[in-house]
Write a protein that binds this ligand. Structure first.
Ligand code: AMP
Ligand code: MG
Length: 505
């Protein structure tokens, strides 16, 4: 096997931000999933890794040459309450590689044993949740959403105790980095300002190198993270995705989706939808996600304040400096909402098949559309998808989702009039319009009942066939006509009414 070409900047540059730590060995590792396409993208020896040698690496049994395994320190607000010390309790960063397009990517093992950050946890992970991360990461990637992805999942051959005994697994996760809002919070909360600065400088070098040397670089970092999160959460909202546990330790600085725990897709459109069993107050409900992102960014701003207030004239931050720093971050937090709205509305515009020339009309039309979906308990994904049929001249599939209602007919008439005006004004060909609508309105998303079915088969019967079929379907979100047709169907209402997701990952 060609060796993995590690280049471990985190280990090198941030010695005070982690604990060097070896993964535990798994007794009887067995491959469950290997992502060849991703291995290729990373410039790895895909064929060499798809082997016993690879399985041994992905289980944590062999630490490959050049890796410097470590557990990262981080803090986080969990459901609004601050935990000053979380950190990688059951994960180790193996190291980083620079992929074929020159992007630096983390390689992390998750479920590879207890670390000094494990607190009361067992350091392990179960097959179901690790395969869920693989499915959701591939699905989001296929949908064009920035996301961490699974390179491999291996069964450990060891049981883990949750509500019941489950087969254990280790996930190899690839991410643009594992820097979180909570990483900066960790050092800010402890008053370790020098390390805080090192981590912030590292984040800038890695994700926002254009800010290097900028005297306002920490405000710039906040702005860049806020802009990435505005774009990301807007994509979630336009796909019906509920993250489920938007704690600050699960919000990346890179703008990638991370930690697919109690996540779910909405079926019938409902802004109040919550599936997570531990989210009793609905803090992370579907429609709350933009407001929570803003709240999390305010926590990031707080963590950065000591750096922004420090005008470089010594180690004492004066009251006036602190107040001036707050005055400089507040406009960024306030701007988040308008950045988010701009992304969300632009996404809706494309979903409606409209061009920039009618952008001013989008908000009203889209709000009324969502209200129609809500009032008639229409499946969010199907509703949007069948708008594509309607754009191509066939309204019947869309109408069949609604009780025969004049409200739909009058909405469709408005939409048609605007679309015709727009096509004439923009010069966009009808075929190109349909193509764009199909991409923006996918047929196949990771439907909760399909995901549960696939994970149950893998967990209870060691049967990976349903997982593999679902994975193939999720990689073709636009393909509902052929073999993947069943994956475009909503769950039976009874399934969704009682569906709960669990954080016990
Ligand atoms: P999560 O809910 O996966 O985002 O994890 C929140 C925190 O709990 C992180 O610090 C994890 O490392 C830690 N954690 C979660 N599950 C375990 C486990 N089984 N063993 C050790 N630490 C865990
Ligand atoms: Mg987490």
């Amino acid at each position: 096997m060609t060796p993995i070409g590690f280049d471990n900047s985190y280990a090198r540059d941030l010695p005070d931000a982690y604990v060097a730590w070896q993964p535990s060995a798994a007794p009887a590792p067995r491959p469950l999933f290997f992502n060849r396409a991703l291995a290729d993208e990373l410039g790895l020896d895909a064929q060499g890794l798809d082997s016993l040698e690879g399985v041994s690496i992905f289980a944590g049994n062999t630490v490959p040459p050049g890796a410097q395994p470590l557990a990262q320190a981080y803090a986080g607000h969990q459901f609004g309450g601050f935990s000053p010390q979380l950190g990688d309790g059951r994960a180790v960063l193996l190291g980083e590689i620079v992929d074929r397009s020159g992007r630096r990517r983390d390689l992390m093992l998750k479920g590879s044993g207890r670390t000094p950050f494990a607190r009361s946890g067992d350091g392990k992970a179960a097959v179901g949740p690790m395969l869920r991360e693989a499915l959701l990461g591939e699905s989001m990637h296929a949908l064009g959403v920035p996301t961490s992805r699974a390179l491999a999942v291996v069964a450990t051959g060891e049981p883990v105790q949750r509500e019941r005994r489950l087969p254990g697994a280790v996930l190899t996760r690839v991410a643009a980095s594992h820097l979180r809002v909570g990483t900066l919070q960790f050092f800010a909360a402890r008053g370790q300002i020098d390390t805080l600065r090192q981590v912030a400088d590292y984040a800038i070098a890695r994700h926002d190198p254009a800010l290097l040397g900028d005297p306002d670089c920490y405000v710039g970092l906040l702005r860049a993270v806020a802009q990435r999160q505005a774009a990301l959460v807007a994509q979630w909202m336009n796909l019906g995705f509920i993250h489920g546990v938007m704690n600050t330790d699960n919000m990346t600085l890179s703008g990638e989706t991370i930690d697919y725990g109690p996540c779910a897709f909405i079926e019938a459109y409902d802004p109040h939808a919550v599936f997570s069993s531990i989210d009793e107050a609905g803090r992370y409900a579907f429609g709350n996600q933009p407001a929570i992102a803003r709240w999390n960014l305010a926590r990031l701003a707080e963590a950065l304040l000591p750096l922004i207030a420090d005008d470089g004239d010594g180690d004492h931050v004066r009251h006036n400096d602190a107040k001036a720093a707050i005055d400089r971050v507040m406009p960024v937090i306030d701007a988040f909402t308008s950045w988010y709205d701009a992304h969300w509305r632009a996404g809706q515009r494309v979903k409606l098949g409209l061009s920039q020339s009618v952008a001013a009309e989008v908000a009203g039309l889209a709000d009324d559309w969502l209200e129609l979906l809500h009032a008639h308990v229409v499946d969010f994904t199907l509703g949007w998808r069948r708008l594509v049929n309607a754009a191509a001249g066939d309204e019947a599939p869309l109408r069949s989702l609604f009780a025969n209602t004049p409200a739909l007919a009058s909405w469709l008439a408005r939409w048609r009039a605007l679309s015709e005006h727009d096509l004439a004004a923009s010069g966009l060909s009808p075929a190109e319009r349909i193509r764009r609508m199909r991409v923006a309105n996918p047929a196949i998303i990771a439907r909760n009942h399909q995901v549960e079915r696939a994970l149950a088969a893998a967990t209870d019967a060691a049967d990976l066939a349903p997982f593999e079929r679902l994975l193939a379907a999720l990689r073709h979100p636009d393909d509902e006509a052929g073999e993947f047709a069943a994956f475009a169907e909503p769950a039976p209402r009874s399934f969704t009414a009682t569906y709960r997701t669990f954080c016990g990952t």
